[in-house]
Design a protein around this ligand. Structure first.
Ligand code: FEO
Length: 401
């Protein structure tokens, strides 16, 4: 093993060259990163040198000073480009300058994007789905995984050492905290962050994810090297099963209560619903104030649990804007198979309940409405509170059944 800062993976001559980003506040400008995110790149170091994916442009120096050390003056022969989103491709222009003879292994869609993003038009080794390349005694297989996460996405399987370079698939938020392997990491935290990545980045594409997983299931895998989060070497099957569960939208029993309230009246109604859920024996009641919560956590819990209560005020004759943004996001994610309860409030122009009902109707049965759907004027009365309790009780029955 060479004495470098790169980390030798489980197989000889394969190095992790990732970088930890603890500076970016929001991934894709949208999703909170309180624990950062890692961009993983890998070097296969043999007679020919092959880099699998790169890092975000701002992390080029951090990620690739070790590459120069490892190469020790030799050229970089190939870069496999599994996915063009700039968190993985951002270093390509710099690498082209540093290693002008490098050849890119990619598919036709990626080649097109490469020109559009960076003006790089070759030299390309274009691969098709299922193609293999034998490079210095190592067999690489390329499997297309469209829409997980973009149309050009693919994974690379090293059939020699049974390693899957899975790019976004099996990736998660969270910078690496010393441990780069699953058995070295805080696994509960890593899996929570992996689910948050799945729901927010890949969640809309559940059907393509299932197709991609079916391909992955045909491979004999000893190591999964994703482009975010830890490397899975202890039990790769566990992480594949988790992904399958999430892509099937399997839920756990529990209720997420999301409210939007200007002066606390809608919040009071939500608290009454929460109390009745608890009295009815629901242990997992997760409450979010939509004005103060990052959507990525809200949507992840909504994905996780079988029940959802939306409780919102009306604002300027429309649904309260942060709640409207949430509904738009949920619609985009094609969530289905869950129960939903609604509570709308208004003072002088009813709109919240109507718009939330339209969201449920538009799902065409994706969401099952739990009655009663409530509408409260200005401030909940004692009778309104009794209806809140009824909604909570009915939701408790729905999620327990
Ligand atoms: Fe991690 Fe789709 O990029």
């Amino acid at each position: 093993m060479k004495n470098i800062n790169g980390v030798l993976c489980a197989a000889p001559s394969i190095y992790w060259l990732g970088s930890n980003d603890r500076e970016t506040d929001k991934f894709e400008g949208l999703w909170d990163l309180p624990m950062g995110v890692a961009y993983n790149s890998y070097l296969i170091d043999g007679e020919k040198t092959i880099l699998i994916d790169t890092v975000k442009s701002a992390y080029t120096d951090d990620g690739f000073c070790r590459l120069a050390e490892l190469l020790g003056g030799r050229p970089l022969d190939y870069i496999v480009v599994n996915h063009m989103e700039p968190d993985h491709s951002g270093a390509l222009p710099t690498l082209r300058t540093l290693y002008p003879g490098v050849k890119y292994i990619l598919n036709a869609k990626t080649a097109e994007m490469m020109k559009n993003f960076y003006g790089i038009d070759g030299p390309f080794e274009i691969v098709k789905d299922g193609d293999t390349l034998d490079i210095s005694g190592r067999r690489l297989v390329f499997a297309f995984t469209p829409m997980v996460h973009w149309p050009e996405s693919m994974v690379t399987y090293d059939a020699t050492d049974k390693i899957l370079f899975s790019n976004d698939i099996f990736g998660g938020f969270g910078a690496l905290e010393g441990g780069i392997f699953d058995d070295e990491a805080n696994l509960d935290r890593a899996i929570d962050e992996m689910m948050r990545y799945y729901v927010n980045i890949v969640g809309r594409f559940a059907a393509p994810a299932q197709k991609a997983l079916a391909k992955v299931r045909t491979l004999d895998i000893s190591l999964i090297c994703p482009s975010h989060g830890p490397i899975w070497r202890t039990d790769p099957n566990r992480v594949i099963s988790l992904y399958e569960k999430w892509s099937r939208q399997e839920t756990e029993s529990g209720v997420v209560v999301v409210y939007g309230s200007m002066y606390g009246n809608t919040k009071s109604a939500s608290d009454a619903i929460c109390r009745s859920l608890s009295l009815a024996g629901v242990k997992k009641v997760i409450v979010y104030d939509i004005s103060r919560s990052n959507m990525s956590y809200v949507t992840t819990d909504i994905w996780r649990y079988s029940g959802l209560i939306l409780s919102s005020c009306t604002y300027n004759m429309e649904l309260y804007p942060p709640m409207a943004a949430l509904l738009r996001l949920l619609e985009n994610k094609n969530m289905k198979g869950r129960s939903i309860g609604l509570c709308g409030t208004y003072s002088w122009s009813s709109a919240a309940l109507k718009e939330m009902r339209e969201f449920v109707d538009k799902s065409k049965g994706g969401w099952t409405l739990v009655e009663p759907a409530l509408e409260i004027k200005s401030r909940p009365t004692c009778d309104d509170m009794l209806l809140c309790a009824e909604l909570g009780n009915n939701m408790a029955r729905a999620v327990k059944s």
